[in-house]
Ligand binder design. Structure first.
Ligand SMILES: [Zn+2]
Length: 448
């Protein structure tokens, strides 16, 4: 009876299913940015001098003329001085839990330690101007909740939860002595953490996908092919059958969202598209035929300008480092294909196991100028990325417009000391050049 009463109380209070809780409602505070030039996330040119009023978590008014609210009490006024107001940056391939630890630390450390590391990194991520990240694998549900509740500063997180991988796939970090796996046996460490789950049949895939959806995943991530950081998967391997991929797609679509897959090679990309996958992560080893297919089917390409230093996460002479260089060699061709075939292309970095690379987050975005104008690069990292976030449909935990500066959009804003379209290098030094950082209408930095 006591137990039943307890369950009733828990249910009434809505404590169950809190993974879907909306972020804390913000106070209806007013912030007025005066005399700012706007990069709105879509246009390649800055606006003339404008005034922007933020009420609560929303951009309420943008006007050339003075906004009367400036005279009312309680409004926080920021004198822009002609600086640039732009949308917060979005990283579409992030691993909030995996940025700082090395692979051995991830697999052996206390989970409390891992979460604290990830929390500190999340705060740094926000302070680099990345106000939203799409997390493509790792146990981020708790971190997301803590950030949304204001426990610590961090970006909005669109979590995938655990990466779903086949045995020996990109996502299988088990040791050979842990084989064979018996269905129903205790889980491996990576599974206990919720970092990656193994699935070797359509039925197992369905279970794993639905588990992540129950935990609050906004999209599902599968590994359709071999990868760099994984110890057992050759780069050329295709690691799920089409039926397995389709099982994931069905489960995700029944839940109103979509599947994205890690895939480098033509075979793994083509199979994933045949199974109904909506987004390809990486794609660095694609060929022309595959690029045309991606374009024709309107599939998203979420790719990354990997810097060579990224290979330093792996020991010299290791197989992982060799695989990294093989992938990096395809970066230029992939961006050339993306441009040539007008593929819907999202920006992300996939910085993982590299605490030394994370501070260069903005530099990786700026490195897109090898293929795009600064304006095009910034549009990709704001409104285009936000468009891909929209594929989560009703599973979007942050209803409202992201990636743009316009009336009615969510107030995720950066005030840049200069013009990032004329000088994209400004985003490489956020500590100096992002003088205001606002997320959800709240100020996290104001150095003016
Ligand atoms: Zn990744």
């Amino acid at each position: 009876m006591v137990m039943r009463a307890f369950i009733f109380v828990v249910a009434v209070l809505g404590l169950v299913g809190s993974a879907f809780a909306q972020p804390q409602s913000v106070e209806s505070s007013l912030t007025l940015f005066e005399n700012v030039r706007i990069f709105d996330g879509k246009s390649e040119a800055l606006s003339a001098s404008m005034n922007v009023l933020v009420r609560g978590n929303t951009i309420e008014k943008i006007s050339k003329d003075p906004i009367p609210a400036s005279s009312s009490a309680g409004v926080r006024t920021i004198a822009g001085g002609g600086r640039t107001l732009m949308p917060g940056l979005i990283d579409m391939h992030w691993h909030a839990m995996l940025v700082r630890p090395s692979v051995p630390v991830l697999l052996t450390a206390d989970v409390g330690y891992l979460n604290l590391m990830a929390g500190a990194e999340a705060t740094d991520t926000l302070m680099r101007g990345f106000t939203t990240i799409r997390d493509l694998g790792g146990p981020t549900f708790g971190l997301k909740r803590a950030i949304d509740e204001g426990v610590l500063p961090g970006p909005r997180i669109y979590p995938s939860g655990a990466i779903i991988s086949v045995t020996s796939g990109h996502g299988d970090f088990r040791q050979p002595f842990e084989l064979p796996r018996t269905i129903g046996a205790p889980q491996s460490r990576q599974e206990q953490l919720g970092a990656a789950m193994i699935a070797d049949s359509p039925d197992e895939v369905r279970v794993r996908v639905r588990e992540q959806l129950m935990l609050g995943a906004t999209q599902i991530k599968l590994t359709a092919g071999g990868g760099v950081a994984s110890p057992h998967s050759p780069l050329d391997a295709s690691t799920f059958t089409e039926a397995e991929l389709r099982a994931a797609v069905e489960a995700a679509e029944n839940w109103g969202t979509y599947v994205t897959v890690h895939a480098y090679t033509p075979d793994s990309i083509q199979r994933a598209i045949a199974a109904g996958v909506k987004c390809i992560e990486h794609g660095h080893l694609m060929d022309q035929q595959t690029a045309e297919l991606i374009a024709d089917k309107g599939i998203w390409l979420s790719t990354q300008p990997f810097p060579d230093e990224m290979a330093n996460a792996f020991p010299p002479g290791s197989l992982e480092r060799e695989k990294a260089y093989e992938v990096f060699a395809g970066t230029n061709r992939t961006y050339e294909f993306a441009k040539k075939y007008k593929i819907k292309t999202a920006f992300g970095t996939d910085i993982l196991f590299s605490p030394q690379l994370a501070p260069r987050h903005g530099q990786l975005l700026a490195s897109l100028v090898r293929w795009y104008t600064p304006a095009q690069a910034l549009i990709m990292a704001t409104s285009t990325n936000a468009e891909l976030l929209g594929l989560s449909g009703k599973r979007n935990p942050y209803p409202g417009k992201l990636g743009v500066v316009e009336e009615g959009a969510l107030a995720d804003l950066l005030l840049v000391d200069g013009d990032p379209i004329a000088n994209i290098a400004l985003i490489e030094n956020p500590a100096k050049n992002f003088v205001v950082i606002m997320k959800d209408g709240k100020l996290f930095k104001n150095s003016l």
